[in-house]
Design a protein around this ligand. Structure first.
Ligand SMILES: *Cc1c(COP(=O)(O)O)cnc(C)c1O
Length: 418
């Protein structure tokens, strides 16, 4: 690889100085691995459960076991994990349509949700496409204040919604916003507070994307009624070919099952299409793989900070998701960063990323993704819009070794900040 000896030396220094941080990450991975193994033992995972079903998928013991494991590992009463869910947005759509009825109100307390949810809620897109708004579901949001949840405003909003309030929505990860990621404890506090303020009862729903296994508990264990995410991010451990999951309290998960399939059938059918083995193996690997991705993020933060770029979070800051941002300052810097990541990828390393006008985005976007699974972002990947301050959003890394090489390669392409 074309990485200078200077850059390799910076990499060695980063790994040395980050050793205490890595030790903490390893402790979390160990505890999470034990939780996964305990769940596997309690559900008596057997070789027969790794096999496959087709058609209706009746009697698919592996699928049923995977659902139970998902619930146990994430601290919910029930759950499901299915390859028929094509992405995180799809899983979140199932969750919201599963719970909300005409006349109900959805309240987001972390400002505007992830971009793709605008058309689901009906704040973006074409009326008549079947958004929640089309079905008479009302929507309110409480903007973040100084990058964090504005609890006083949330209290007022809960009171303002009155008995129509059905779902309080929390996005754990900063996603592509410039804010802090919420910790599991913080989500627990918000859940407790809103439940206290809404005497008629509400469902607390958490967009858990990119947060799984970065801490030793998930939000379902501290009061969230549903947590929702993608299997080609953290919980798939790089093994899942596709899929999403929903975990939470029994009634909420049952309602989502009716929306996933149909009322009556719910989660009792559905062919696993060869993913039982991948899901179970992925969950087994996920605590370790997420640790590798976290180390890669810390490493990137250290290296690019040392080169004079603005990074977030900082190298020694504790994390609750796997996303790292690096602001490159120029279009050439951002494109170079993505080219460096792509060059060090196992798949499509010979491709040179170019900015393009992606549908739904205001500015051109450049992406690096040399992954075994299309669009998987637990694998080392980076992207960013071509607009000041030219920030790259970086995440993933199935192994810390490949993550390090990817970051050093990107550093080589970018050089010192001007
Ligand atoms: C990735 C992500 C989603 C879902 O995105 P998909 O591309 O549909 O899987 C939703 N919310 C957040 C915060 C995310 O990071």
């Amino acid at each position: 690889m074309q990485i200078s000896s200077e850059m390799r030396e910076l990499g060695r220094r980063a790994a040395r100085e980050l050793a205490p941080v890595f030790e903490k990450i390893d402790e979390v991975a160990l505890e999470n691995t034990e939780r996964v193994l305990d769940a596997f033992r309690k559900e008596r995972i057997s070789e027969a459960m790794l096999s496959d079903s087709t058609g209706y998928g009746y009697g698919d013991v592996g699928r049923d076991a995977t659902d139970l494991i998902a619930a146990k590992v994430f601290g919910g009463e029930a759950g499901f994990m299915r390859p028929a869910i094509i992405c995180g947005t799809h899983a979140l759509t199932i969750g919201l349509f599963g719970l909300l009825r005409p006349g109900d109100t959805l309240l987001s307390v972390t400002g505007a949700p992830y971009d793709t949810l605008g058309e689901v809620i009906g704040t973006a897109g074409t009326p008549g496409n079947g958004s929640l708004a089309d079905f008479g579901v009302k929507y309110r949001e409480v903007p973040l204040r100084d990058g964090t949840v504005d609890m006083a405003a949330v209290k007022d909003a809960v009171a303002g919604c009155g008995a129509t309030l059905k779902v309080v929505f929390i996005q754990r990860s900063k996603g592509y916003l410039n804010r802090k990621t919420l910790t599991v404890d913080e989500i627990g506090e918000i859940a407790r507070a809103v439940k206290g303020w809404a005497p008629h009862g509400v469902y607390v729903v958490v967009d858990n994307c990119y947060g799984e296994f970065t801490e030793t508990r998930e939000p379902a264990a501290v009061g969230a009624d549903l947590i929702i995410g993608s299997m080609i991010k953290n919980p798939g451990g790089g093994m899942a070919d596709a899929g999403g999951y929903i975990v939470g309290n029994s009634r909420a998960v049952e309602l989502c099952g009716y929306r996933l399939c149909s009322p009556g059938i719910g989660t009792e059918a559905g062919a696993s299409l060869g993913q039982n083995r991948n899901f179970l193996r992925g969950l087994f690997l996920a605590p370790h793989v997420v640790a590798e991705a976290l180390k890669t993020a810390h490493f990137a933060s250290y290296v690019f900070d040392a080169l004079g770029y603005k990074v977030s979070p900082s190298a020694f800051e504790r994390r609750s998701d796997i996303i790292q941002t690096v602001s490159l300052g120029t279009p050439e810097g951002l494109v170079g960063f993505c080219r460096g990541i792509q060059y060090a990828s196992p798949v499509d390393s010979f491709v040179s990323p170019e900015p393009w006008a992606m549908p739904g985005y205001e500015d051109e976007v450049v992406m690096a993704a040399g992954a075994f699974v299309g669009g998987s972002s637990i694998e080392l990947s980076a992207d960013g819009p071509l607009r000041a301050p030219y920030t790259a959003f970086l995440q993933g890394g199935l192994t810390f070794e490949s993550g390090m090489l990817g970051i050093l390669s990107a550093a080589e392409y970018c050089g010192k900040a001007k």
